[in-house]
Ligand binder design. Structure first.
Ligand code: DGL
Length: 270
């Protein structure tokens, strides 16, 4: 079984592709909606949440974990690999490399959270792959909250994106990197604002390929007929999460579970 987690609904932009590429696998998807958004929080706090979520997922018997959150990957990926050396992890990093390879104008826009921009992972990706390319960044303040609320096409959502993208477009970007897993859900709006000459990069297919590769390498893949099921878990409210799963994953009757953070030791128990 594969564990997938994010601060909220964003990781479902990865899960929907994982499900297509790996139809035999069983998934457990955890949305830490008790703490969303992660982006404005200190990296150490996000690392702590990520560790507790990892422990809870491992207790459920997952063999591999996809950290379907750029912020949690920035805060915790190295730490998780060192702390749980027997578990393969797939993590996110903003897709600066393919963007730098494909840009013609030499100007690339990256949309990600404040914590992702602060992390060493992002700095190292820019240093390694974006030499000679101008990178323009924006944190799209408030956008994660709009997506959590299901306001994918609301005037306020459009206003956030127009404010972020207008200065980038004025500086001739031809590529936009979606550096937060929530943002693929507003891709139609981003494409409408940016126009057809701007290419938008969603890392989900590359993450799914990497997951398939690791499953093979560790001999963890399910064989036999496609039976893959998904259990959806939230640390927040089950009703609103269920509505989001129906809307974003097209599931008619998803199984929704709630897990609780224990106030005394800040651990997570199913
Ligand atoms: N979806 C997340 C990411 O990829 C986190 C967004 C947030 O909680 O701020 O960064």
């Amino acid at each position: 079984m594969i564990g997938v987690f994010d601060s909220g609904v964003g990781g479902m932009s990865i899960l929907r592709v994982l499900r297509k590429v790996l139809p035999r696998e069983n998934f457990i998807y955890l949305a830490d909606q008790a703490h969303v958004p992660y982006g404005p929080r200190p990296l150490l706090e996000v690392r702590h949440f990520s560790e507790q979520i990892t422990r809870a997922l491992l207790a459920q018997g997952v063999d591999l974990i996809v950290v379907a959150c750029n912020t949690a990957s920035a805060a915790a990926l190295h730490y998780l690999r060192a702390t749980f050396p027997d578990t393969p992890f797939v993590g996110m990093e903003p897709a600066v490399k393919p963007a730098a390879e494909h840009t013609h104008s030499g100007v690339v826009g990256v949309l990600a959270t404040p914590a992702t921009f602060q992390g060493k992972l992002y700095a190292s990706v820019v240093e390694r792959f974006a030499q000679g390319v101008t990178i323009l960044q924006d944190t799209c303040a408030g956008l994660v909250e709009q997506i959590e609320a299901g306001a994918l096409d609301a005037p306020a959502t459009r206003a956030i994106l127009e404010r972020a993208l207008s200065p980038m477009l004025a500086q001739n970007i031809d590529t936009i990197v979606l550096g937060c897993t929530h943002y693929p859900f507003v891709r139609p709006l981003i494409e409408e604002i940016a126009g057809p000459q701007v290419r938008v990069i969603d890392p989900a297919p590359a993450i799914a390929r990497q997951t398939a590769h690791l499953l093979g390498q560790y001999h963890l893949g399910e064989t036999g007929a496609p039976t893959g099921g998904i259990r959806y878990v939230t640390t927040g409210g089950a009703a609103s999460f269920g509505a989001a799963v129906r809307r974003l994953m097209g599931e008619s009757t998803p199984e929704i579970l709630t897990w609780h953070w224990q106030e005394d030791d800040a651990s997570l128990s199913p």
